[in-house]
Design a protein around this ligand. Sequence first.
Ligand code: S3P
Length: 428
Amino acid sequence: MRQDFNHIDSVRGSLTLPGDKSISHRAVMFSALAEGESVIENCLDSLDVNSTINVFRQLGCEIEKQGKEVIVKGRGFKGFSKPSAFLDAGNSGTTARLVSGILAVQNFESVIIGDESLSRRPMARITRPLKLMGANIEASPNGTLPLKIFPSQNLRAIKYELPVASAQLKSCLLLAGLHLEETTEIIEPVQSRNHTELMLGLKVEKTEQGNLISVNKEYYPSPKNYFVPSDISTAAFFIVLALLTKNSELRISNVLLNETRAGVLEILKRMGGKIFVENVKESSGEKYGDLIVKSSALTNVEIGKEIIPNIIDEIPVLAVAGVFAEGNFKIKNAGELRKKESDRIKSLCENFKRAGLEVNEFTDGFEIAGFPNKKQNVFKSFNDHRIAMAFSVFSLISEGGGTVENFDSVSISNPDFLKQVNTITAQV
Ligand code: S3P
């Protein structure tokens, strides 16, 4: 489906956005592991989280949606049953990688598959350390899905330094370690999102090599009630829209403010963005609050190496902000962008070229210069939800509007994106 957007002058009003995707996945998984009933309030209802829900249904959990709540009847320690078919992670890297850590320690065989995009993404980064733990897991010869997992008699705790700053890899190993008596230790040289650590209450020590995270069976979860704050990665699209349109003022409530995720706010504020935080609260160790965003003149700033894992999902929309800011937008040290739902460096560069911008592509980033043309440009989503939403925002800000092809991919993380745009612009 193609979606046309007209230029908008201003956004006003307030939004309550759906639950955070990373936390929703984990809340479903930890509830499924726990023995008994858990309730997840404000769980994201999107294709990616549905992939996780369906996987756990296939493993024998009863999971029911009631309005904005999800009720999970968890199976307890090693209580899952052998699935009768392949487990389909769809487009979701979080599902495939975190679930593989759980399945690697079960006493039955299973196979994880995914869609075309997920089937291109690297899985050797998880099979390598899982094998060090004694797991019997095989990826395809080129290190991708399908993942074939067999029972293993020789599981052991490991001490492992993450070679890549990836919360999915870290969480995969922590979830496998959660099933062992001995303590698994994960060293994380560069901090990535820490929801697994916070939600399971894991011990995290600061050492010279980075964070040292410890896990063993004592941390196995019990049933509980979760509240999922609104997704900051989803909010980022609306924040940029409000900053870059004139006379705008937007309130977004209950947005996740976890400091391993809030880099986008830090960068936009450094660029001159008027973003204010009110009513800060906390639930399950996760901070959240209301954001008030006002029109601002932005100037590009340097983006340091350490903050990259913290903003990895927001780089597409930060680049859009950078196009409409003073100076050139430049990002380096972000090679991981090539391993997302699409090769996001390529996707972004191609779309920016379509808007008449000068683009310089690097192996680990890109630089954009010049001014966008005033045409109604047609952008490709590359079937990548964050590219689709970033160029929807680009189109809404651009003088000539714009069109996004294969727009439907927004349903991966935010099926109601258009409705929300409509609420604050009354134009689409
Ligand atoms: C996620 C971790 C990140 C992020 C993804 C969600 C998670 O991926 O890009 O959208 O929930 O753990 P990587 O671990 O591959 O960096």
